[in-house]
Design a protein around this ligand. Structure first.
Ligand code: FES
Ligand code: FES
Length: 151
């Protein structure tokens, strides 16, 4: 049994400690907004927050979460910066197919929480690991800048 805090609620799951967090979120907790892309920590589709820091949930054993608070795309809108990012994404129509976008939003929200006024180099560094097959990178950058301006 593993207990952890997900989107501000304590939860317990009957699962081996080495099960990746992504599987727990999607298959046991029904939070399917976090996506499986590569499964080897290379694409960013599975990005969630641990204590506000962006991590790849596909390679993180749930037993290593410990006391750190997990936040997913289902809960990021309840944080001020997450809400701003989501609104900026809507305002600028950032999304194309959408598959990568929960990971993009989680990475962007973590960036802005740590650095409220990122420049282009900061954005590139923070977002480099989040792949978008549809090539929405320009709109993602614009979305981050818009969310920053409205902070
Ligand atoms: S699915 Fe986790 S980084 Fe690609
Ligand atoms: S919007 Fe399609 S992969 Fe990014």
């Amino acid at each position: 049994m593993v207990s952890m805090r997900v989107n501000d609620e304590m939860t317990e799951v009957a699962v081996d400690a080495d099960t990746p967090l992504l599987w727990v979120l999607r298959d046991l907790l029904g939070m399917t907004g976090t996506k499986f892309g590569c499964g080897i920590a290379q694409c960013g589709a599975c990005t969630v927050h641990l204590d506000g820091v962006a991590v790849r949930s596909c390679r993180l054993p749930v037993g290593e979460v410990g006391d750190r608070a997990v936040r997913t795309i289902e809960g990021v809108g309840s944080t001020p910066v997450g809400a701003r990012v989501q609104q900026a994404w809507l305002d600028l129509d950032v999304i194309q197919c959408g598959y990568c976008q929960s990971g993009q939003i989680m990475a962007a929200a973590a960036l802005l929480a740590a650095n409220p006024e990122p420049d282009d180099a900061d954005i590139d560094a923070a977002m480099a690991g989040n792949i978008c097959r549809c090539g929405t990178y320009v709109r993602i950058r614009d979305g981050i800048k818009r969310a920053a301006q409205h902070g």
